[in-house]
Design a protein around this ligand. Sequence first.
Ligand code: HEM
Length: 194
Amino acid sequence: MTPFPRKDTFVLPHWRPLPTKEKSAQPQLLVSGERGKRRRNSVNLQLLDLEQLEHKVKKMATLSELYTMQEAAQHNTKEDCWIVIEGKVYDVSSYLDEHPGGDDVLFTAAGKDATEEFEDAGHSKSARELMEKFCVGELDTSTTPAIPELEIVRKGQSGNLPGKILNLTKQYWAVSVAVVGIAVVVSVFCLRRK
Ligand code: HEM
């Protein structure tokens, strides 16, 4: 019978904490190989929060560079001017002076998401082709701050005071009718007394 582990094969890598007396406290990956040829690969385990970790994994899985909005926002000078348009990140530093719409519009949008402004300017097809030259990566939307929650207003329910009163009146119509009725009876009673 072949002894296990066989001499010429690798067994599954396994984790083993280093003895505490060793200098480095970092865990190491032990890979068992041919007998007498054990290899040690130190693995840098950094403490990352989940968001950073997700961003790093996505970065590795994507062919183009991934940037967070925070990273893009740091490139906000004339010499280093990045703009985010439709989920893509553009380095337009070298294009500022050549931009037919002026450098000021591009500089104003530096480090920001200028999708709306870009669309509003009604750029031509050739402008869209040209911009690919400046694309440096994509935006990691998972780390983009969420849009602040909007207040949901039911159809017919207005935010102003007169509207609210009208709604309440509709809701409690019986009360309104009773109040009007009492007012009528009281006024008739008062008129008769005169
Ligand atoms: C990489 C990004 C960009 C490229 C390559 C680019 C390119 C161009 C080009 C070629 C034109 C000439 C008109 C056309 O062919 O459509 C133009 C005009 C213009 N662009 Fe941009 N642009 C970019 C980003 C932006 C952004 C972010 C804004 C706004 C914040 C903007 C605002 C304008 C305006 C206002 C005009 C003038 C439109 C007009 O004269 O009717 N552009 N751009």
